[in-house]
Design a protein around this ligand. Structure first.
Ligand SMILES: *Cc1c(COP(=O)(O)O)cnc(C)c1O
Length: 439
C-alpha cells in the first residue's frame, strides 16, 4: 500500500505548521496576523516573481524584507554560493570571504573603520549596544518609538503612555530591570532629546536610531535650520560623552550605495553602525562596525565579549559580497527609477479612487501610508486607516502582487523590477485602490 502523500498546498502546510511551529511561522509578521487569511507558502522565486505551493505567481514587493535587492536567484549570487558550498560549508576559523566582505563595507561606508560579522541584525544591534555601554561605562540607552532594532530585550522596550519616562517592557519575558535602562522618545523630537540629556546625560551610554525609520513605514529624518535629525543626535551625544548607534540594517546598501549615511552624512558621523539584510544577499548575515577605538574593545584584544560559531560563514559572506558587487551605480539607478515609477503608479491609482494616502521616501526606499497628513512619528503612523490597507493588500494579492502584509512596512523593489514587472503591478492597482476606497 502506498502511503498517502501529505498535501503541499498552502492551507494544509499552514495547518501542519501550526502543530509544530508556534503560530505556524518562524517570524511573527509572516502569519498574516494584521491582514488576516492564510499566508501563501512560497516554493521558489526568480527575479521579481514568487511562486507558491498552490501554483500562483506573484510580483514580489517584499524581497525577503530587503536582502533580495538584485532579485531572486540572481545568477552571480547563486553561482558564488554554489562555488563556496563546494569548498566546505563552515570552518569555524578565518576564511578569505569575510575579509573581502569587510573590506567592501569599509570602502563604502566612511564611518566604518572596522567591523565584525554576525548572523542577524538583532545580533548586530545587541553587540553594538554592549560596546557602547562598555566604552562609556554607562547603562542607559535611548531609542525612538516606532524604530525597530531586532528582538534585543533592551530594545523591545516601549514608551509608557506617551511620556518620556523609563520604558515599559515591550514584550512579555523582558524584565522590568532591563526596560528601566531604556528610554523611549518620540521620533524627531529634538526638545525631548535635549531635555533628557540636560537632565540625565551622565547616565546615557548611547542613542540608537534607524538611520531613516523604515519599520513603521518610511520617515525621512526631518531637517531643522539645515541640520538633519541624525546630525543633531550626533552633536547631542558628543556634547555629553555618549555615543550614536546608527542602525542601517534596513537602509544599508539600499537607500543609496552608502546606505542612508550616503544621503545625509555630511559633517557628522555615527560612532557605531549596524547592518543586516542586504549585506547577506539572502543568507544570514549582520554586521556592526565603526570607530577603530570602539571596535578595539572587542575580545580577544579588549574586554567586551562577543562571538559566533557561524559568524563570517563562507556561504553567507559569498552571497553578501556577490550582492554588494552587483550593486554598482547602474544598479542603484535602476532601483531608483523602479522605486519612483512604482510610487507614481500607486499615487495615481489611490488618487483616482479617492483614497487618502501619503508616500514617504528615504533614498530608493519608500512606503505608502493610508492617511492624508505626513507621518513624522509612530503616533502618526498608527493613525492611518489600517482597514483600508487590509482591503488594498488582499486585492493586490488577488491581482498577483505580494505586498508586505502590514501597513507599517516599506515596499521593497529590486533591480529585477523591470518595466514588464511594473506593468503587472500597474494592472493590479486600480481594483485594489477601489477596494481600499470601499469601506
Ligand atoms: C530587520 C531589522 C533588524 C533586525 O534584523 P534581523 O536580521 O531580523 O535580526 C534590526 N534593525 C532594523 C532597522 C531592521 O530593519
Amino acid at each position: 500500500m502506498t502511503p498517502e502523500l501529505p498535501s503541499t498546498r498552502s492551507a494544509d502546510l499552514f495547518a501542519r505548521a501550526q502543530q509544530v511551529i508556534p503560530s505556524g511561522v518562524n517570524s511573527p509578521v509572516r502569519a498574516f496576523g494584521s491582514v488576516g487569511g492564510t499566508p501563501p507558502f512560497l516554493t521558489d522565486a526568480r527575479g521579481a516573481l514568487l511562486h507558491d505551493a498552490d501554483g500562483n505567481e506573484y510580483v514580489d514587493l517584499v524581497g525577503s524584507w530587503g536582502p533580495m535587492i538584485l532579485g531572486h536567484a540572481n545568477e552571480q549570487v547563486v553561482e558564488a554560493v554554489r562555488a563556496a558550498a563546494g569548498r566546505g560549508l563552515s570552518f569555524g576559523a578565518p576564511q578569505p570571504g569575510e575579509v573581502s566582505l569587510a573590506e567592501e563595507v569599509v570602502a563604502r561606508i566612511g564611518p566604518v573603520e572596522q567591523l565584525r560579522l554576525v548572523s542577524s541584525g538583532t545580533e548586530a544591534t545587541m553587540s553594538a549596544l554592549r560596546v557602547a555601554r562598555a566604552a562609556t561605562g554607562r547603562d542607559v540607552v535611548v531609542k525612538f518609538a516606532g524604530c525597530y532594532h531586532g528582538h534585543v530585550d533592551a530594545l523591545l522596550a516601549e514608551a509608557g503612555s506617551g511620556v518620556a519616562t523609563f520604558a515599559m517592557p515591550g514584550s512579555a519575558g523582558v524584565t522590568a530591570a532591563t526596560a528601566r535602562d531604556t528610554v523611549v522618545l518620540p521620533y524627531g523630537d529634538r526638545a525631548a532629546v535635549s531635555s533628557l540629556f540636560a537632565e540625565r546625560g551622565g547616565e546615557i551610554a548611547a542613542i540608537i536610531t534607524e538611520a531613516a525609520p523604515a519599520n513603521m513605514g518610511v520617515i525621512t529624518p526631518p531637517e531643522e535650520d539645515g541640520v538633519g535629525f541624525n546630525r543633531f543626535l550626533s552633536e547631542t551625544v558628543q556634547a555629553h560623552g555618549a555615543l550614536l548607534i546608527s542602525d542601517e540594517v534596513l537602509t544599508g546598501f539600499r537607500a543609496s550605495r552608502e546606505g542612508h549615511y550616503g544621503i545625509d552624512g555630511q559633517g557628522w558621523a555615527p560612532d557605531l553602525m549596524t547592518f543586516g539584510k542586504v549585506i547577506g544577499g539572502g543568507l544570514p548575515v549582520g554586521a556592526f562596525g565603526g570607530r577603530r577605538d570602539l571596535m578595539g574593545l572587542l575580545a580577544p584584544a579588549g574586554p567586551v565579549y562577543q562571538a559566533g560559531t557561524l559568524s563570517g560563514n563562507p556561504l553567507a559572506t559569498a552571497a553578501g559580497l556577490a550582492t554588494l558587487q552587483g550593486l554598482d551605480e547602474s544598479a542603484y539607478a535602476t532601483l531608483g527609477s523602479a522605486s519612483r515609477t512604482l510610487q507614481q503608479l500607486v499615487a495615481d491609482a489611490l488618487t483616482t479612487a479617492g483614497v487618502p494616502h501619503v508616500i514617504q521616501t528615504a533614498g530608493t526606499l519608500f512606503s505608502v501610508f493610508f492617511r492624508e497628513q505626513p507621518v513624522m512619528t509612530y503616533a502618526d503612523a498608527k493613525a492611518q486607516d489600517t482597514a483600508a490597507f487590509t482591503r488594498f493588500f488582499h486585492a493586490m494579492l488577488e491581482g498577483g502582487v505580494y505586498l508586505p502584509p502590514s501597513a507599517f512596512e516599506a515596499w521593497f523593489v529590486s533591480t529585477a523590477h523591470t518595466e514588464p514587472v511594473l506593468d503587472r503591478i500597474a494592472a493590479a492597482l486600480p481594483a485594489a485602490a477601489k477596494a481600499a476606497a470601499a469601506a
